[in-house]
Each structure stands twice: as structure tokens, then as C-alpha cells.
Design a protein around this ligand. Structure first.
Ligand SMILES: NC(=O)C1=CN([C@@H]2O[C@H](COP(=O)(O)OP(=O)(O)OC[C@H]3O[C@@H](n4cnc5c(N)ncnc54)[C@H](OP(=O)(O)O)[C@@H]3O)[C@@H](O)[C@H]2O)C=CC1
Ligand SMILES: O=C(O)CCC(=O)C(=O)O
Length: 429
């Protein structure tokens, strides 16, 4: 695996095939110049603690056997157990998991959660598996990474291609071998087995909250705003529907096949989300359709890329007409696009703040699990709202004090917290 160092990736020439790790390292490099954190700490943070690679055999329903590759990357745990999602996606790589695990470290620190950063996944297209095959694959993956995870060590959660049911199988497989029910080993489970109310909607809810605050900061109310959303899954659908509920005009939403588009506003609750029916956005009776590329170039107040990474690049950043970009997906903006958008004065509210509602409610779920308590949806949403507003204020203060981008400001908040924890605990011999 290529674990790039900062030196490998901070040259001026940006590659438009930039990996999540390269993007994460460039962002760390930019933020490191803004903070008073020991060089040794910064050097340590360029590298993950460990990356576990496993083979995951699966007996298909037809009796044949396939072996998939799975990963768990753990970046840093100075502030608490490793935390981050599991992807089932054909493009998962070790390098991508490392980059995504770094973002989890910063995300948890921006939110001031007592967690570090991890990410994992299996290189598989879940749409090609039956439900029974997905269950066997999940159980075997849980078994293969059993020694790496645990409720005080590393706590997985859903991400692209995985959901609450995946977490239920994972928790059951882990618990069976432990000889006791261990709900705190994963978050994002169904509430009936220790999941938190509101976890499924939480990353989209935080994207909507942050979009509302960003609009307000730049002088507009949510109910006056037009919005376009790429991706209509856990993040995109929940963000679009909440903004719609708050009076925004959501003109376009997309899935992998393209977008439903209506300049007068879509009824977002009537558009099937990925969870309700994958690849069904185009079944909504909209007056117009768009390609995924066209969605990114719509003249709207807020653009929310909430599907895959690297969709805003040097090739299309000049064509982005939105007034504000709020990152729902992890890493949707390449470094080159970030620079172009900054030069054009388009604020980009970063993933590590905007979609952090997911891991924040995961933290609430973990607290509920270890205390054997169940919070009401109202309590979850109230605490999420106040935690998001507090993080928003921390980041906004840095934007104003340092005259830096929203991304650099979020990194400053995160890096100072991680750096202080490392220096206080003592670095290493
Ligand atoms: N789930 C979570 O808790 C969190 C997720 N994230 C990040 O948000 C992003 C989306 O995750 P999540 O919502 O969970 O994923 P889901 O699997 O729930 O949904 C993904 C959505 O994106 C669509 N999509 C997939 N590929 C493309 C593509 N190439 N172009 C356009 N649309 C596409 C899917 O369409 P289709 O239905 O056709 O497959 C689906 O609508 C990821 O970057 C993830 O890491 C961030 C924070 C928390
Ligand atoms: O809820 C979690 O633990 C992590 C969610 C996640 O993977 C993410 O925020 O990218």
C-alpha cells in the first residue's frame, strides 16, 4: 500500500486523480502552517497507526466461493477509541481507507467527541449480492477483523453500501463469540437492538443545519434558498428533505443514474431514497432530468455533493454556479477545485464539519449502549443541534480571526485539539 507522506504530495502540480489520502495530506499540510503544533506531532499524523487487510471468503447462494478483500485503517486514537464507518463498494482501497480515517480523526476533534479516526470496508459491489450473501459476508468480515475492533478500541458504523441491518449482523457476529451482547461494538444499529433514534438521519440533519447556518452567515434564510443535492442516500436524502421541510426549494436530487429536476421545487419526500429503493430517483415524475455533472453546475444558493468523492475537480470548479458548497460526502472536492473555488470566492463548508452529525449521534448511541439507556428522538435531535451549533461557532471564530477558508478553520480547530492531547499525553520515547 502506498502510504504517501506529506512530502510526496505537496508539490504544486495537482493530479486530478488525487486519492482521498493525497487530498487529506494536502489539507493537513495547509492547516499545519496555521497552528502551533509540534512538528513531530504533525509528522506522526501523516501516518495511520495501522491498516489491517483481510481476505473475506463468501459462499454464494449457488455454492461457489469468492474471496473479497477487506480493510480497517486506524489513523489516531489519542482522544479516544478509533471511530468510523465501513464501506461496501467496488472502489474501496487501503489508501482510500487511510485518507478517510484521517478525516474521521479531524471530524471527531472538530465536534469535540472523545474518539479518534478509523475507516474500513470491503471491495465488493453490494448490489450484486443477495440479502443472505450480504449477511454472510458481513459476519465473516466481523470475524476477520475481530481482534482490531471492540467497544473501547475501535467502533465501526455505516457508510456507503452499508446500513443499520449490516451493523445488526456485525454486532451479532461479534457478540456471539464474546458470549455476551456487546451493543457498543458498532453504532448505526436499529434502535430495537441498542441503536439510537435519529442516527440514520443524523449526517443529513447536520448537513442541513450547517447549510442553514451558512446561508444565514451570508445573509439568506433557508426558506429563501434554492438547493441542489447529488446523491440521495443516508446523507443526501435526509439533508434534502429537512431543507425542504424548512422551506427551501430543492430543485434537483440525483442518484447514480442522474437527477430529477424541477425549478419550482421537488417534493423530496416523494422521491425514493437509496434506502427506500436504490437507483429509483429517476422514477419520480419530474418535469426535467439532468446528468450528475449538470447537477454540480446548477445556479443555486447551496450545492450539496453527497454521493462519492472527487466530484468537484479542476475540470468543473470554474463552472460551479452555486453561492455556497456544503460537503455532504467525504472528500467531494479535490485540492485543485478547492483552490479554484476559493479564488472565485465560493465558500466550501467542509465535510469534517458538515456531515459530522453521523458520528455525533454515533457517540450518543455509544453512550446509550454502555449505560444501557435509550434516549428519545427529541433529546437526540436537541443535543445534535446544540453540538452542531457549538462546532459551527468554533469554526466560524477561526474563519473570522485568521481570514482563512472554512476548511482551514475546521482543521485548525481539530489539529489544535489533537495536538494538545498528544503533547499533554507525551509524544513517545
Ligand atoms: N452514512 C453515514 O453515516 C455517513 C456517510 N458519509 C458520506 O456520505 C457519502 C454518501 O454516503 P451515504 O449517504 O451513507 O451512502 P448511501 O449508500 O446511503 O447513498 C449513496 C447515494 O449516492 C448515490 N451514488 C452512488 N454513486 C454515485 C455516483 N457516482 N454519482 C452520483 N450518485 C451516486 C447512490 O445512488 P443509487 O441509489 O443509485 O445507488 C445513493 O443515492 C459518502 O461519501 C459517505 O462516506 C458521511 C458521513 C456519515
Ligand atoms: O458514525 C460513525 O462512527 C462514522 C460515520 C462516518 O463514517 C463518517 O462520518 O464518515
Amino acid at each position: 500500500m502506498a502510504t504517501n507522506t506529506l512530502e510526496d504530495s505537496d508539490d504544486e502540480e495537482y493530479s486530478e486523480t488525487e486519492s482521498a489520502l493525497e487530498t487529506a495530506l494536502r489539507q493537513l499540510s495547509a492547516a499545519a502552517t496555521q497552528v502551533n503544533v509540534d512538528d513531530g506531532v504533525i509528522e506522526r499524523l501523516k501516518h495511520p497507526t495501522r491498516v489491517v487487510e483481510v481476505g473475506v471468503p463468501l459462499k454464494r447462494d449457488d455454492g461457489s466461493v469468492e474471496v473479497y478483500t477487506g480493510y480497517r485503517a486506524q489513523h489516531d486514537d489519542v482522544r479516544g477509541p478509533y471511530k468510523g464507518g465501513l464501506r461496501f463498494h467496488p472502489e474501496v482501497t487501503a489508501e482510500e481507507c487511510v485518507g478517510l480515517s484521517m478525516w474521521m480523526t479531524w471530524k471527531c476533534a472538530v465536534m469535540d467527541l472523545p474518539f479518534g479516526g478509523a475507516k474500513g470496508g470491503v471491495v465488493v459491489n453490494p448490489k450484486e449480492l443477495t440479502t443472505a450473501e450480504k449477511e454472510r459476508l458481513t459476519r465473516r468480515f466481523a470475524e476477520e477483523i475481530r481482534d482490531t475492533i471492540g467497544p473501547k478500541q475501535d467502533i465501526p458504523a455505516p457508510d456507503m453500501g452499508t446500513d443499520a441491518q449490516t451493523m445488526a449482523w456485525f454486532m451479532d457476529a461479534y457478540s456471539m463469540q464474546e458470549g455476551e451482547t456487546v451493543p457498543g461494538v458498532v453504532t448505526g444499529k436499529p434502535p430495537v437492538i441498542g441503536g439510537s433514534e435519529g442516527r440514520e438521519e443524523a449526517p443529513g440533519r447536520s448537513v442541513a443545519i450547517v447549510a442553514r447556518e451558512a446561508l444565514r452567515y451570508y445573509g439568506k434564510n433557508a426558506d429563501e434558498a434554492t438547493v441542489a443535492v447529488q446523491g440521495f442516500g443516508s446523507v443526501g436524502a435526509n439533508a434534502a428533505r429537512l431543507l425542504d421541510d424548512w422551506g427551501a426549494t430543492v430543485v434537483a436530487v440525483s442518484d447514480v443514474n442522474g437527477a430529477a429536476y424541477d425549478t419550482t421545487g421537488l417534493d423530496t419526500h416523494a422521491v425514493p431514497s437509496h434506502e427506500e429503493e436504490p437507483e429509483a430517483v429517476m422514477s419520480y415524475d419530474a418535469p426535467n432530468t439532468l446528468t450528475n455533472e449538470e447537477v454540480l453546475e446548477l445556479d443555486v444558493d447551496v450545492l450539496i455533493p453527497a454521493a462519492v468523492g472527487n466530484v468537484l475537480t479542476a475540470d468543473n470548479a470554474d463552472d460551479v454556479q452555486a453561492d455556497i458548497v456544503v460537503e455532504g460526502a467525504n472528500g467531494p472536492t479535490t485540492s485543485a477545485a478547492d483552490t479554484i473555488l476559493a479564488e472565485r470566492g465560493v465558500p466550501v463548508i467542509p465535510d469534517i464539519l458538515a456531515n459530522a452529525g453521523g458520528v455525533t449521534v454515533s457517540y450518543f448511541e455509544w453512550l446509550q449502549d454502555i449505560n444501557r439507556r435509550q434516549w428519545s428522538l427529541e433529546r437526540v435531535n436537541d443535543e445534535l443541534e446544540s453540538q452542531m451549533l457549538s462546532a459551527w461557532d468554533d469554526v466560524r471564530s477561526e474563519v473570522e480571526a485568521r481570514d482563512v477558508s472554512w476548511r482551514d478553520a475546521a482543521y485548525v480547530v481539530a489539529l489544535e485539539r489533537v495536538g494538545e492531547a498528544k503533547e499533554t499525553r507525551g509524544l513517545w520515547p
